[in-house]
Design a protein around this ligand. Structure first.
Ligand code: AP5
Ligand code: ZN
Length: 216
């Protein structure tokens, strides 16, 4: 099963991806995670990406497409994959079409997590992430049992550098201008499915899971 998760920053793509890849046993490919890992390691890719990510701007298409091209060719993607945060522009969607075609695959489902902009600032500024295992929490909506400590691995929780009010504003504008047009792009190809991402986390997971199992 080859799936894309779409939705604005803070819609819940990463949170839901964690659960869905565990149920369907497919790799989770997040371009945002790939950039953050490269940034933390100080690689040339990380240094270049940092200039964009820290401002809340999209990283140029050629860089991002290259990462996905390499990743989808790996063997663990044979059984399927979940793309989270890619594509984000029409040019990226066109590139993805070419990549999957060259690998004799196709995108089967595009799940759009629909959440009103008014929810997103609180979700993003309250987000905390585990330094060790990457699990995502929220100080109010999904708090860890012990403040600032991961329930799963006891790792330390941190706040992303782009989760400030000012950068969230830029990220939401980037989404509206460059990414939202992709909904029409995939709707025309009849693979877009919408899920109400304003429900609680468990209800959203159940809805996505039913859709992907063909039960909805
Ligand atoms: P990326 O890491 O992809 O960030 P994003 O798209 O902005 O999405 P987020 O990770 O912020 O949100 P999410 O939808 O995953 O929400 P989450 O589940 O964590 O990209 C970061 C940057 O990298 C970009 O700005 C860009 O610079 C660069 N980049 C990445 N991909 C790129 C590309 N393709 N092209 C160019 N540049 C690229 O949830 C958020 C919070 O809400 C959490 O605290 C969670 O606990 C809580 N929450 C989740 N669901 C619910 C719910 N149902 N109810 C209540 N709370 C909830
Ligand atoms: Zn952890």
């Amino acid at each position: 099963m080859n799936v894309i998760f779409m939705g604005p920053p803070g819609a819940g793509k990463g949170t839901q991806a964690e659960k869905i890849v565990s149920e369907f046993q497919i790799p989770h490919i997040s371009t945002g995670d790939a950039f953050r890992l490269a940034m933390s390691q100080g690689t040339p890719l990380g240094i270049e990406a940092k200039g964009y990510v820290d401002k809340g701007l999209l990283v140029p298409d050629e860089i991002t497409n290259g990462i996905v091209r390499e990743r989808l060719a790996q063997q663990d993607c044979e059984k399927g994959f979940l793309l989270d945060g890619f594509p984000r522009t029409i040019a990226q969607a066109d590139a993805l079409g070419e990549i999957v075609q060259s690998l004799n695959k196709k995108i089967e489902h595009v799940i759009n997590l629909k959440v009103d902009r008014s929810f997103l600032l609180a979700r993003l500024t309250g987000r905390r992430i585990c330094k060790s295992c990457g699990a995502t929490y929220h100080v109010i909506f999904n708090p860890p049992k012990q403040s600032d400590i991961c329930d799963k691995c006891s790792g330390e929780l941190y706040q992303r550098s782009d989760d400030t009010e000012e950068k969230v504003g830029t990220r939401l504008d980037e989404y509206t201008n460059k990414t939202a047009p992709l909904l029409d792009y995939y709707n025309k190809r009849e693979i877009l499915r919408e899920v109400n991402g304003e429900q609680d986390i468990h209800a959203v997971t159940q809805q996505i899971s039913s859709l992907l199992r063909g039960l909805a």
